[in-house]
Design a protein around this ligand. Structure first.
Ligand code: SAM
Length: 242
């Protein structure tokens, strides 16, 4: 069985296929009706596991200009960089593993999109810790009330338990599969793909206050330490003079 979680698999596929654009599951046109309301033109959008999908280009042509794309396959990113070299499309493409996005700062993005990446990860052995790492990283790079949109082949019974609902508001939408669809699990008889929309819960007033208090306490402790150090230096000087 194909291991869609393997980096080697994807590097070889992109090298050998020479296929410029390949769109898994759904196009932007078909998704637009469902996801448009979650996006604002000024949003910073991150597309993880972009592959050679045209989604970012279509978002850009529509009205969403700030799209950063990452994939762990160098070959995929090279194909996309070559595609846009000649065109005046300012999108960012980076080779990066979605399990570790340390190049990005906390809260940098308003929206993160995953189309078929989570599903590929789940094809591997020992998938759950990997999926957890990816979701934790997405949580970190999203701002409060930022939105994580996942387009997946897996229904709620197989996906909902992956998300910690203490941290996310959860909603799910079904979208009909286009007739000639590529699926990761060919045994799946259902006619739908699933769009999971996870909204990062912002901190409530109590949590914000507690964080502020902790910060103030830390600052006070630092000031006290500085004062103690100054006093000690004064005492040492006096003692030396005696
Ligand atoms: C099924 S393809 C989907 C491609 C694209 N999102 C689409 O919808 O057409 C999965 C993509 O995720 C990438 N990928 C898999 N694991 C990854 C990881 N840990 N970090 C970044 N990219 C990853 C693969 O290289 C591949 O391009």
């Amino acid at each position: 069985m194909t291991d869609y979680s393997s980096q080697v698999y994807w590097e070889n596929r992109y090298l050998n296929d020479h296929m410029e654009i390949f769109e898994w599951y759904q196009t932007y046109d078909s998704l637009k009706e469902k996801i448009y309301d979650f996006l604002k033109p000024e949003d910073q959008i991150l597309y993880i596991g972009c592959g050679t999908s045209k989604l970012a280009e279509d978002l850009y042509i529509d009205e969403f200009k700030n799209v950063t794309n990452i994939d762990f396959s160098e070959n995929a990113i090279k194909i996309m960089e070559d595609r846009y070299k000649e065109q005046k499309v300012e999108m960012i493409y980076k080779v990066m593993n979605a399990e570790n996005m340390s190049e990005f700062t906390d809260g940098q993005f308003n929206v993160v999109i995953d189309k078929a990446l989570l599903d590929s990860m789940l094809c591997g052995e020992n998938a759950l810790p990997i999926v957890d790492k990816m979701i934790n990283e997405v949580y970190r790079v999203l701002c409060d009330e930022g939105v994580f949109i996942i387009v997946s082949n897996g229904d709620e019974n197989n996906r909902k338990n992956l998300f910690n609902l203490d941290l996310w508001e959860y909603q799910m939408m079904e979208i009909e599969k286009p007739s000639k669809v590529v699926v990761l699990d060919e045994k799946d008889p259902k006619n739908y793909h699933y769009i999971y929309v996870l909204t990062k819960k912002g901190k409530n007033e109590e949590e914000k206050k507690e964080e502020e208090n902790n910060e103030n306490n830390n600052n006070n402790n630092n000031n006290n330490n500085e004062n103690n150090k100054d006093n000690k230096e004064e005492d040492d000087k006096k003692n030396k003079k005696k």
